[in-house]
Design a binder for this molecule. Structure first.
Ligand SMILES: Cc1cc2nc3c(=O)[nH]c(=O)nc-3n(C[C@H](O)[C@H](O)[C@H](O)COP(=O)(O)OP(=O)(O)OC[C@H]3O[C@@H](n4cnc5c(N)ncnc54)[C@H](O)[C@@H]3O)c2cc1C
Length: 403
């Protein structure tokens, strides 16, 4: 096995693979990606593939704009396929108190150059006839929003990185990052040690455990998220706008002539990944279809099709939530050379191309092209696991920014 590298990336999901690709593109030297499983096989291919531009901070809107630009040139840059459709989206409020959230989203979007506008419920119905105008108080149309095939992103970046000379080592488990005098010196694996001065912890649901083995605290919690894919439905076509019902936290988008839909329930199941054992893989995530059927009931007046369409696939995984709903990206304190790309908050795949791009520039140039200070792990005061889970569950349920 290789015994030294300029950068070691732990994890070949969207975040790790994108970082490796952009590192190679920037001439970062010998880059190695380690994965304990098959390459690009865990959370990333299980996602819904939604790219949402209505975010609660300017920084996140900027990252999503960069991510969209990167995904649009994905095939040109990586040589790999990526199917995406700029269908636009409709963000729907059903309660009077959520109208100001929609107005705030529109105002931020306009200020940052997005194609956004308020539309009437009837116009929303005309844009997507599966959305009934009943019980709707406000709708925002976001022309920039798109969806993509989630299974193509991580593997595309893996193959693109390989073509640029990155070494991929699947079935190689990282056990610890060695830190001496507050500097990374090596990565220990079940197949030997790799000497390096820079490591990127992009291990998805396992990010926290890898850091903890080196005494670094990353407060995130793996949280179950699940979705249905339906059989084809008459009248569905790829350009139908994505619909998000804000207070119910339910989303639906076209998928292969049918729909893909899911949502964010009250009291989500959270896991300590260690309790699931070393053999656990994302396809083993325990699923519960009742959670999704309750959501379908909640939005029955607006989206009756969710109850009616036959389900052909039920899938889920364990994205990681943080206490404030923002990602964790950047260097770890008191561990020179230890970078984190995690805390995906069920939105990490869409921005993986941007986070990998910015992180690679930070590693190669010594500073990020965008100020990622708000995403630093140092923003969290130490707190109990119970407190983290309580706050993370609130963030999960309020994914669309309504209180
Ligand atoms: C049902 C569902 C729907 C979602 N929908 C969306 C969406 O619409 N839009 C969006 O942006 N995001 C969505 N997400 C979230 C998205 O999937 C994640 O944000 C993203 O995939 C996280 O990527 P990652 O690289 O961090 O993790 P992963 O893809 O899980 O990659 C981490 C890798 O690290 C490896 N690893 C772990 N431990 C070790 C170790 N010790 N040694 C070596 N390797 C290790 C793992 O094997 C794995 O391959 C969804 C998630 C789910 C489950």
């Amino acid at each position: 096995m290789i015994d030294r590298a300029d950068v070691v990336v732990i994890g070949s999901g969207g975040l790790g693979a994108s970082t490796a690709f952009h590192l190679a593109a920037r001439g970062a030297g010998e880059v190695v990606v380690l994965d304990k499983d098959e390459l690009a096989s865990q959370t990333s291919p299980r996602a819904a593939g939604l790219m949402s531009h209505a975010r609660t901070s300017d920084l996140m809107v900027r990252l999503v704009q960069l991510a969209t630009a990167n995904l649009k040139r994905f095939t040109a840059e990586t040589g790999q396929p990526l199917d995406w459709t700029q269908s636009g989206s409709l963000k729907v409020a059903r309660r009077d108190e959520d109208v100001n959230v929609i107005d705030g989203d529109v105002a931020r979007g306009e200020r940052l150059g997005l194609d956004v506008a308020r539309v009437s419920p009837d116009d929303a119905h005309r844009l997507n006839p599966f959305l009934q105008p009943t019980g709707i108080t406000a709708v925002m149309r976001i022309g920039d929003d798109l969806y993509f095939d989630p299974a193509q992103v991580a593997i595309g970046y893996v193959r693109g990185a390989e073509a640029c000379g990155v070494t991929m080592l699947p079935h190689t488990t990282v056990t610890r990052v060695t830190i001496e005098d507050e500097h990374v010196t090596a990565v220990e694996t079940d197949r030997g040690t790799i000497r390096t001065r820079v490591v990127v912890d992009a291990a998805g649901a396992w990010t926290r455990q890898i850091a903890a083995a080196s005494g670094i605290t990353i407060p995130l919690v793996p949280t179950r998220h699940q979705l249905f894919v339906t059989e084809p439905v008459k009248g569905v076509f790829a350009e139908l706008p994505i619909v998000r019902i804000a207070d119910a936290a339910v989303y639906v988008r076209p998928c292969d002539g049918g729909f893909l839909w899911g949502g964010f329930e009250e009291g989500p199941r959270m896991f300590d990944i260690d309790d699931l054992g070393p053999q656990f893989r994302m396809p083993d995530t325990p699923l519960d279809s009742d959670v999704l059927w309750q959501m379908a009931d909640d939005v029955r007046a607006q989206l009756p099709v969710l109850r009616e369409a036959r389900v052909r696939e039920h899938r889920g995984g364990l994205p990681t939530m943080t206490a404030d709903g923002e990602h964790i990206v950047g260097p770890a304190p008191r561990a020179e050379g230890f970078f984190i790309a995690g805390g995906c908050n069920v939105a990490g795949l869409s921005v993986s191309s941007a986070i990998g791009d910015v992180l690679a520039a930070w590693i190669v140039d010594g500073e990020p092209p965008l100020d990622l200070g708000p995403l630093s792990v140092t923003r969290f005061a130490s707190g109990s696991v119970d407190d983290l889970e309580r706050r993370a569950a609130w963030q999960y349920r309020h994914f669309y920014g309504v209180a």
